[in-house]
Design a protein around this ligand. Structure first.
Ligand code: CA
Length: 550
């Protein structure tokens, strides 16, 4: 089915058991809807093909071959994936690029029917440490919504086939592939395949990713500024080494004693208290902490008077909350002169993030991703598969961390070449993200403005945020919006994404279910503004909120 034929309600929300952004946790998440497809021209405004397509997918796919692919790419397989739910029929061309004995890139190019292709490509970023092909696994809910659109979709495993970091992180070629080269190579391969398959070159090339995939989008703007006409970077793990170095200290604190660790019950206790303390600061008690900068609550009022139990916090647990909301400052200098890692945004306790990223479900067996990520980095910098995070001292490995950071991190604010090439950047963050903090992105975006000037940046980049939305894209806030359609409208029509609305839907629903009406909607505000209630009208409607700085 062509996405243009779908009613918005058919395309919007999907929920599916998905792979955790970094690890293997399975959870349910809300889809970033494609609900404004018709309104925002998500793919249905491209010019029609210059000539009628000669073949259908069924005719062209089995016999498709190319001998002229760049970067030594070889096709290994072609297959048709029949339409399912919102996903269109596609021909998937699979192949490899053998970069070195240590790094082979597996890539996949999904080609929609010639008569529905919108003439554009979309590179899909991976997650965690990569090691899998994103378009194969539907690892995140936003991908399901995006995949309804008739783009040629391009993705790769980034050059390694395991989801950890060790030992491939020791190899420079594998690191380069993971950090930036694999997406660039796969893009050039996918562009050539599209050209041969349809008989015309793609008119536009976009990139979209979240977490590590968001980092991959930013790093492309910095290193391959002519690769994309537009990039949607969602909650980018742009300072991966800053995160891993500085989470080491926080994780060592949390796992030093059960008195510092918050169980799911204690996390829920704190979440309710934090909302109670800070909810009304944005003008309405809606369960969403939107005025995050005014929220300074530390739960000293919850301190246990007697024995520890689920209705109170120990002194250590209160200190843990304080540390989560304080800047982390391990003295290891990383790429672009960066030291430390900022505090996390408010509101993550009311989402699944504090469980997924900080505390897991067991003190005895640390499983939160921030622990896993720090441990994986420790294995690489120590070159030791048995590295012990609790004994690891990052300050003893400054050159190793710097090497990783210079390779992987996307903290260079000079994206002038990307802007001068006409590229558009839509950067989005859920303020409650407790995997990778919004404040690192905010620092970077401020540096971009300092480097290029406010006016120039306004012409090609926006940083939008949603309060009460986590890295898992759950939480009480509204974070679902069709960012891809917004980007496309900006690139093709010059329509800047300044009036976007985010929705929150009920959950869970199957991926075949229509989303129904949103539970609530909020304007997507430009950082650091947030949705403030105007004081009257239905608080479920975006029109009754303004983007406010205070
Ligand atoms: Ca509120």
């Amino acid at each position: 089915m062509h996405a243009d034929d779908l009613e918005p309600a058919q395309v919007g929300l999907t929920l599916s058991p998905v792979q955790h952004s970094f690890g293997r946790v399975r959870t349910y998440m809300v889809v970033l809807a494609v609900s404004s497809l018709a309104a925002c021209g998500g793919g249905n405004d491209a010019p029609p093909p210059a000539a009628p397509p000669v073949k259908t997918l069924a005719e062209a796919c089995p016999t498709f071959a190319s001998t002229g692919l760049p970067h030594g790419a070889k096709i290994t397989k072609t297959e048709i994936r029949k339409a399912k739910a919102t996903l269109p029929d596609v021909c998937i061309v699979r192949g490899v690029i053998v970069s070195s004995p240590a790094s082979t890139i597996n890539w996949a190019v999904e080609l929609p029917e010639p008569k529905v292709w919108n003439g554009k490509t979309l590179t899909i970023g991976g997650s965690g440490f990569d090691g899998f092909i994103p378009t194969d696994s539907m690892w995140h809910h936003w991908l399901v919504g995006v995949s309804a659109n008739p783009y040629v979709k391009i993705s790769s495993d980034s050059g390694h086939q395991t989801e950890g970091f060790y030992p491939w992180g020791l190899d420079d070629v594998a690191l380069r592939n993971h950090a930036f080269d694999a997406n660039h190579f796969a893009l050039e391969v996918g562009t050539q395949i599209a050209k041969e398959f349809y008989g015309r070159a793609p008119a536009r090339r976009y990139m979209m990713g979240q977490s590590n995939g968001g980092r991959a989008g930013l790093v492309a703007a910095q290193r391959y500024p002519k690769d994309y006409d537009g990039i949607v970077s969602m909650e980018p793990a742009m300072s991966q080494q800053g995160h891993q170095v500085n989470m080491n200290e926080l994780m060592k604190w949390i796992y030093a004693s059960p008195d510092n660790w918050l169980s799911p019950a204690k996390t829920a206790l704190f979440a309710a208290a934090e909302i109670n303390a800070c909810d009304a600061l944005d003008g309405v008690k809606d369960g969403i902490i939107s005025n995050v900068e005014a929220c300074q609550y530390i739960p000293t009022d919850l301190q246990c008077a007697g024995a520890d139990n689920d209705s109170c916090l120990t002194a250590g647990q209160i200190e843990t909350v304080r540390r989560v909301y304080s800047d982390h400052k391990v003295a290891v200098t990383l790429a672009d002169g960066i030291v430390g890692y900022p505090r996390f945004g408010r509101g993550g306790a009311a989402s699944s993030d504090w469980g997924s990223y900080l505390f897991g479900s067991s003190f005895a067996k640390p499983e939160g991703f921030n622990y896993i990520a720090s441990l994986e980095a420790a294995k690489v910098v120590e070159n030791n598969p048995d590295a012990d995070l609790m004994k690891h001292d990052p300050t003893k490995y400054p050159s190793q961390y710097l090497r990783l950071s210079q390779m992987i991190d996307a903290t260079n604010p000079d994206i002038k070449a990307f802007a001068d090439n006409g590229g558009k950047l839509l950067l989005w963050y859920g303020l409650s993200d407790t995997c990778v903090t919004v404040y690192r992105a905010a620092e970077w975006f401020a540096n971009v403005k300092k480097s290029l000037g406010e006016d120039k940046v306004r012409g090609f980049a926006r940083m939008l945020t949603s309060p009460g939305v986590s890295h898992e894209l759950d939480g009480p806030g509204a974070g679902s919006a069709d960012f891809l359609a917004a980007l496309d409208a900006w690139v093709e029509k010059g329509s800047a994404p300044d009036k976007l609305v985010a929705s929150k839907y009920d959950a869970p629903q199957s991926i075949t279910a229509a989303p129904g009406e949103p539970l609530l909607q909020r304007p997507l505000c430009e950082y650091p503004k947030f949705p403030r209630y105007v004081g009257s009208g239905d608080p479920k409607k975006a029109e009754n909120f303004i983007c406010s700085g205070t």
